[in-house]
Ligand binder design. Structure first.
Ligand code: FE2
Ligand code: FE2
Length: 282
């Protein structure tokens, strides 16, 4: 049995300390084989946000792989954004886009975050030719029979969540992945969990999205995905502090607003929906 905690969108700067402490505790007690973090470590890629995020990630005492989210590229320094976009990850450089070989499965990164795009909103997903080629080459180089879990930040196609990804070339990427031994594509970005199958011209592909462990919730409380691979099956449990059952946390069945009803004496809005703010375009 192989167990992976799939977490996403920790957004230091607007992190949820209670949710993060809970995750650390779960990792320490349950010792998953790995933690896969599908991006958005910070809010605005500020140095202090990265310092806190890197410290927190380094405290996870199991193998970790980290994807880069749209919130993790420098916002306020265009020179650095273009010429040295990963500089602020230096403390955890060895974990970024790191392939992981685990029993029965390999985690393979796919970059979907772009420094710039030919459209107004650079926060959306983009699968570049080289990023896809690198990912496919890694999958093709795996020992025969090894299944791949592809890890990226943006869902490659929409998953019915309130937030969207609008990933350019995502459909084509998903179709290429369908031709290979891909168990599922893991992603974040939309802040709500899902587990669904999407058809492509080359066959179906499973897509699994993790919610957020930040205060930037959308429809559901802070959560992470507990992935268990055994006997060829991948089982996903969405775990959250509010004990909402997994089916209600997965977006296809989720009501308009699945956040649990607030108690009358509870402080107002400790968990608030914060609108997505687009990165600067210049
Ligand atoms: Fe996010
Ligand atoms: Fe994002």
């Amino acid at each position: 049995m192989t167990r992976i905690f799939h977490i996403s969108d920790i957004h230091f700067g607007l992190e949820d300390p209670r949710a993060l402490a809970w995750l650390v505790d779960c990792v320490a007690r349950e010792r998953p084989d790995a933690v896969a973090i599908t991006g958005d470590l910070t809010m605005r890629a500020r140095h202090r946000e990265f310092a806190a995020a890197c410290r927190w990630i380094q405290g996870l005492d199991v193998p970790v792989t980290v994807e880069v989210g749209n919130h993790d590229l420098p916002y306020f320094n265009p020179v650095e954004r273009f010429f040295d976009p990963y500089r602020r990850f230096r403390a955890i450089e060895h974990l970024v886009e790191r392939p992981l070989d685990l029993p029965g499965v390999a985690i393979v990164p796919l970059k979907t975050t772009a420094r710039a795009q030919w459209r107004f909103n650079w926060s959306k997903g983009h699968v570049g030719r080289k990023a896809l080629a690198d990912c496919l080459a890694r999958i093709d180089a795996l020992p025969p029979g090894t299944r791949a879990l592809v890890a990226c930040h943006h869902p490659l196609v929409e998953a019915g969540t309130r937030g969207n990804a609008m990933t350019r070339h995502g459909n084509a990427a998903l179709a290429e992945l369908a031709r290979r031994n891909v168990l599922a594509v893991l992603s974040g970005h939309v802040h709500d969990a899902f587990d669904l199958i999407r058809p492509t011209p080359h066959g179906p592909v499973r897509m699994i999205g993790a919610g957020t462990l930040s205060l930037r919730t959308r429809s559901t409380p802070p959560s992470f995905n507990d992935l268990v691979l055994g006997n060829g099956d991948l089982n996903v449990t969405v775990r959250n502090l509010d004990a909402v059952p997994t089916p209600a946390m997965q977006i296809e069945d989720v009501p308009e607003n699945a956040l649990p009803p607030r108690q009358p004496d509870e402080p107002v809005a400790p968990i608030a929906a914060v609108p997505e703010v687009d990165p600067p375009v210049h």
